[in-house]
Every structure is written in C-alpha cells, then in structure tokens.
Ligand binder design. Structure first.
Ligand code: SAM
Length: 447
C-alpha cells in the first residue's frame, strides 16, 4: 500500500470511520502517485489508461459485486481507482451516482469508506443496489429464506402478478414461483433479500437463452417442475448468503433513491453537494435493454401488472420508444451548436433515430443542470461513443460539452480501450466497440 491516506480518519457524521475499519481488505491500495503522473502528462487530450492493468486482476466473486447479472455494469476497476486517488476524493464526503444501476459505484464507495447516494429508475436495479449495499447483519437471513421455502411448499394460494410471464415458464414452475411470492407478500423480515432471491430464482427457471441478456425463448427449462424451483431457490439463497456475509459491518451508509434523476429533489442538498463527488456511467441514447433485460423479474415483482414494461422505459433517460411529449422536442432544444448540426445530419438519414438522441441530450442537459443547481463539487463521468446510422456519435464529447457549459472545468480526461459493459461490448457491423472515456470536472471557482 502506498503512503497516501493510510492514517486518515474520515468523519461521516454519526460514525467516525478510520481507514483501518472502513477499507475492506483488497481495496486498500492508493493510486495517488499514478494519478499525479497522469496529471503531469495531461494537456487536454485524453490519456490512454487501461484500468484493468492499472488496478490489476480482481476476483470474479468479490464482495457483492456479482450479486446479479445486470447488463450494463460498470467495470469496477474504474471507481476503485478514482475513489483511491487523493486528487479525486479531496474534500469529498459523499459519492453520488444519479444512474446507479446495480450499485457498482455505491458498493465501491462503501468499500473506500464514503457515504453514498444513488438514484435509479428501474425498480429491479434499485432493489439489487439496496441488497448489494445493505447494512450487513446477515444473521436471521438464512432461516428467513428457509422458512419462505417451507411455507411455499405447503401453500395452495398462488400469486400470479403479470400476464407477461405466461410464455416464459412451465405451469408447474409458474405455480411454485407464485407460491413463493405469496409467502413473501404475506410478510417477511427482510423483504428486499427475499424478493431478490425470488427474482434470481425466476431468472434461473425461465425458458430463456442464458447467453442473451434480454429474454429470448429457448428450450431451457421446458420441463421444469416445482422441485426444480425449490432447489433453485435453495441454491440462490446459499449464493446470496455467501456474498452478503463477505461485507464488513463497518461500512458507511449507502442510500438508494428510487426515481428519476431529472428531478432535483432526488439530488443531494446544497450543503451535501458542496462535498459531493458525482461518479456515474450514464445510460446510452437508445438504452431500452436495461428495462427489457429485467422484464421477467419486473413481472414477478409486480412492476408490470398489465403485462407491459413500456411505462418503465418512458421515464428512462435513453429510450427506444418515443412518448408523444418526446416527439414535440426539436433540434433547437439541444444547447450546443456542434451537437445540433450532428443530429441534423442524423435526421436526414433517420428522423426517428435523430429524435431519440434529441430527447436523450435534452434529458442529460436536465440531469447536469441539477448538478450545477445543487452545487456538486466534482464530477467523474464515464461515457463512450455510439454507432448511429452508420456513423459514430461522440456521446462522450457532447456530454462533456454540456458539463463545461454549466460552469465546470475539465481537469483530466482518460481513455480506456476496454469496454466494461457486458451488454454493450458486442461488435456492431464488425466494428469493435471503441473506448470508454473517463473525464473529471471541477466546479469552477474551486480550482
Ligand atoms: C449504464 S447504467 C448504470 C450501470 C451501473 N453503473 C452499474 O454498474 O450497474 C445506467 C442506469 O441508468 C438508469 N436510468 C435511466 N434513466 C434514469 C433516470 N431518469 N433516473 C435514474 N436512473 C435512470 C438505467 O435504468 C440504468 O440502470
């Protein structure tokens, strides 16, 4: 471990967390020297950095990171590096992620001893984040999950929350899952953990192709029985317990706010924001896959009562289906001249596609305006490029332009050639996905 920060103690209000208590084994290394060396080279253009090489290999099953296979997870090496770098965390008490997904940033913040807040629109992802970062008393969880199973085996009443589920399960597995759900709904001590165990079991028993993140029908589980459901529940419960029990009880709190980060009420207060680092990997422009990839779980957990998940997509930043309101947006709603002309060129080839990106950038303008309005001190933005109608849209540049137009100064830019997002790593038209960009911005006046 390099010297920086070894003996620091940080005050989190109600808990005084010293590094020896708060920093979990394996995450105690600091990268301040490496960052200082990069800073010396930085002259405005992105510096090539491989975070996988810099941080080194991390165990596949580290803490609760792999609790759930959320499609667009962030490469955890990136927040690990940033949150272990003095120049990035200087003056920071709270880490805030307005697009928290399955909670990678919140967990990394906890492991480094920071309190954290995240906002997430997809209720399945929000559930995963809450469980991933829950206060770690695990005693009582294993008997609770065993009791749910025992009760479900006896139970005759079946809760069947969504017609969306019909074609993805055998009648026997649907009935067994519905009985587990009935027992959870009837009241259990740790409802989040029980619901996540159900979501994982339902995922495992569905007639879907496990290699594809969104549900695609396959012959898998075509003859699944109630017995298969019971043993999948037991196995998922065991895995959950094993992961949850790796977390130390000394972690600072992580708060997951379920909702829309375009709303300022979701953000840290002005007082908190002055010592807040916003660290996030925002959704892409046409990111409907986050919702589709969790649609069966959303069905089981009651988020798709009419059998549809379109309402979840409509409140998402980045969506494939435009609402009537989105269609009223115009190129003029995009602030930046350069971006307007890029989207104008897209519109000549595919006006719907252009409209999707107009809506996306208008939404991102609102999100970053909230950063400025609340007074967030520093921003670490992880974003990339998109292939749109045969060309490359430099989403990362355009997002950086929005942030700087709001009164932030870019103090660092790095480019990692390896994409960390599992769903989005695929090659399109034979073109490998290009790099992930990591930009750091300071609120002006503070530098
Ligand atoms: C790239 S993913 C983040 C992945 C996350 N870093 C992780 O490791 O799991 C972007 C997330 O933003 C969420 N999102 C989209 N629109 C949102 C909104 N308006 N408010 C809050 N979250 C939103 C999506 O549901 C998705 O989970």
């Amino acid at each position: 471990m390099s010297g920086a920060g070894q003996s620091r103690a940080r005050d989190f209000g109600h808990v005084d967390v010293s590094d020896s208590l708060s920093v979990a084994p394996g995450v105690s290394r600091h990268y301040s020297r490496e960052y200082a060396a990069l800073k010396q080279q930085f002259s405005g253009a992105p510096l090539d950095v491989s975070f996988r090489q810099l941080v080194g290999p991390l165990p596949a099953n580290e803490y609760t990171h792999s609790l759930y296979p959320y499609p667009a997870r962030l490469l955890r090496h990136i927040p690990r590096f940033l949150l272990s770098t003095d120049a990035v965390v200087e003056g920071i008490v709270t880490v805030f992620d307005p697009f928290v997904g399955s909670g990678t940033v919140l967990l990394e913040a906890q492991l480094r001893g920071f309190r954290s807040i995240g906002v997430e629109q997809n209720p399945v992802a929000a559930l995963v984040s809450r469980v991933k970062t829950r206060p770690s008393d695990v005693s009582g969880l294993a008997p609770m999950l065993a009791d749910v199973l025992k009760a479900a085996k006896r139970r005759r009443r079946v809760t069947y929350p969504s017609p969306l589920l019909d074609r993805w399960y055998t009648p026997a597995s649907r009935s067994a899952l519905g009985r587990l759900l009935t027992c959870i709904t009837d009241g259990v001590a740790d409802v989040d953990v029980a619901r996540l165990c159900l979501a994982l079991t339902a995922r495992r028993l569905s007639m879907t192709d496990p290699r594809i993140p969104v549900p695609v029908r396959s012959a898998r589980n075509a003859d699944a029985s109630a017995e298969d459901v019971w043993s999948a529940w037991q196995s998922e419960a065991r895995h959950l317990m094993a992961k949850l029990s790796t977390l130390s009880a000394q972690r600072p709190p992580a708060e997951v706010r379920e909702g829309d980060s375009r709303n300022l009420e979701m953000w840290p207060t002005e007082t908190e924001a002055a010592s807040t680092l916003l660290l996030t990997s925002p959704p892409y422009g046409a990111a409907q896959k986050y919702v589709r990839s969790t649609s069966l779980e959303a069905g089981w957990l009651g988020y798709a009562p009419e059998g549809r998940t379109a309402h979840l997509e409509h409140s998402n930043v980045g969506r494939e289906h435009l609402s009537p309101k989105d269609r009223t947006l115009e190129l003029g709603d995009v602030w930046d001249d350069g971006l307007r002309s890029v989207l104008g060129a897209v519109a000549t080839k595919d006006s719907r596609r252009a409209q999707i990106y107009v809506a996306y950038f208008a939404d991102m303008q609102r999100v970053f305006s909230n950063a400025r309005a609340s007074g967030v001190r520093r921003i670490a933005l992880i974003s990339g490029t998109n292939n749109v109608v045969g060309g490359v849209l430099h989403t990362n540049h355009h997002l950086a332009d929005i942030v700087t137009s709001l009164g932030y100064r870019r103090s660092m830019s790095m480019r990692d050639p390896i994409r960390g997002r599992t769903l989005l790593t695929t090659r399109r038209n034979g073109v490998p996905s290009p790099a992930e960009f990591i930009d750091i911005f300071e609120r002006t006046g503070d530098a």
